[in-house]
Design a protein. Structure first.
Ligand SMILES: [Fe+2]
Length: 331
């Protein structure tokens, strides 16, 4: 047995040389170094345990206020619950998703937006995921677009799964939403307005070459109708032309970076982008809200980037559209 030197500067080099020579090395020759090494190992183990077992299950609900030009005042305060990137798997399976559904239903939203990546790579998980999500409740229904991972199965499978769950699949099309509840959260007894409406548009996934905003917005060229667009990939913002009115895009895809030590993110989990990571990104009249998503992919870890249910509230704005800061609350 050869004792390593007591000098910290030579410690690592010495151990590496001994290990390379096939000599058995006793770790931590110096008591102080040994103590520091043990503390570092404990911290690393604890951090990994937290990132693997605790934070991915620790759901946060985020409130977002979006001011939209000419939004009908009789539906001021319209609420959309936004879920994305479920990635149904063992870690984020039935029990976890049931908690997500329960929390989402408790928000009493007018509609639910589901912006893709229901599965990882196993197409058989789609039906299991949809079976749990089918318990989502909202008067104006649940609206679906696909993410890149959902292309591990066919579009026919997705359509059938949506039909079974009672969801609306709106890839590269739009519908005019006539809200069921005519309310104004500031003035609850506002006069009923049967003309109150806005468009909900959906686009396919950008990575899969299915993102066609022109097709989704066909018929809305006059720019008079407020538009909320569902797009798995937030980069759709770069595809919108100046004459295409889109007030708000709801997106996911990045998982917020998923692992963000000291507030930074690994770009590999952010689609290589530093612009589109999480929260609100603005460009002229269009706002994109990028949710951190519900599940995980690649590594089943989250650090400083909790799973998110976003509650988006739409308000009437005077001149131009606006977006306010977000307030998260735990759940
Ligand atoms: Fe995803």
């Amino acid at each position: 047995m050869i004792e390593p030197p007591d000098y910290p500067g030579k410690y690592i080099r010495h151990n590496a040389r001994m290990a390379a020579a096939g000599v058995r090395v006793r770790l931590g020759g110096h008591p102080k170094l040994r103590k520091q090494a043990r503390a570092a190992m404990k911290a690393l183990g604890g951090g990994l345990g937290y990132a693997a077992l605790i934070e991915p299950q620790w759901i946060e609900t985020t409130q977002v206020n979006i001011g939209i030009r000419d939004f009908p005042s009789s539906i001021n305060g319209y609420k959309i619950a936004h879920l994305t990137d479920m990635h149904y798997n063992i870690a984020a399976g039935k029990n976890f998703l049931q908690r997500v559904v329960k929390k989402t239903n408790a928000l009493d939203a007018d509609m639910v937006a589901l912006t893709g990546d229901f599965i990882g790579s196993d197409p058989r998980k789609l039906d299991r995921c949809m079976a749990v999500l089918s318990d989502l409740r909202a008067p104006d229904g649940c609206w679906v677009v696909r993410g890149n991972h959902d292309h591990h199965t066919t579009v026919e499978h997705m359509r059938a799964a949506c039909r079974e769950a009672g969801f609306h699949f709106i890839e590269n099309t739009h519908v005019i939403m006539k809200p069921t509840r005519r309310h104004n959260h500031r003035h609850p007894f506002v006069e009923r307005d049967d003309e109150a409406s806005f468009a909900i548009a959906g686009v396919g996934d950008l990575w899969e070459g299915d993102c066609r905003p022109g097709l989704a917005l066909q018929g809305l060229e006059d720019g008079k109708t407020p538009v909320v667009m569902l797009s798995h990939n937030p980069h759709v913002l770069d595809l919108l032309l100046p004459h295409q009115r889109v007030d708000l895009v709801l997106s996911g895809h990045t998982h917020g970076g998923q692992v963000r030590p000291l507030g930074r993110h690994f770009r590999i989990l952010c689609d290589g982008s530093t612009k589109y990571v999480s929260g609100i990104v603005e460009n002229n009249e269009t706002r994109v809200y990028i949710s951190r998503g519900v599940g995980t992919s690649a590594f089943r870890l989250r650090w400083n980037c909790r799973p998110e249910i976003a509650l988006i509230q739409l308000h009437r704005a005077g001149g131009t559209s606006t977006a306010s800061s977000t307030d998260g609350f735990s759940g």
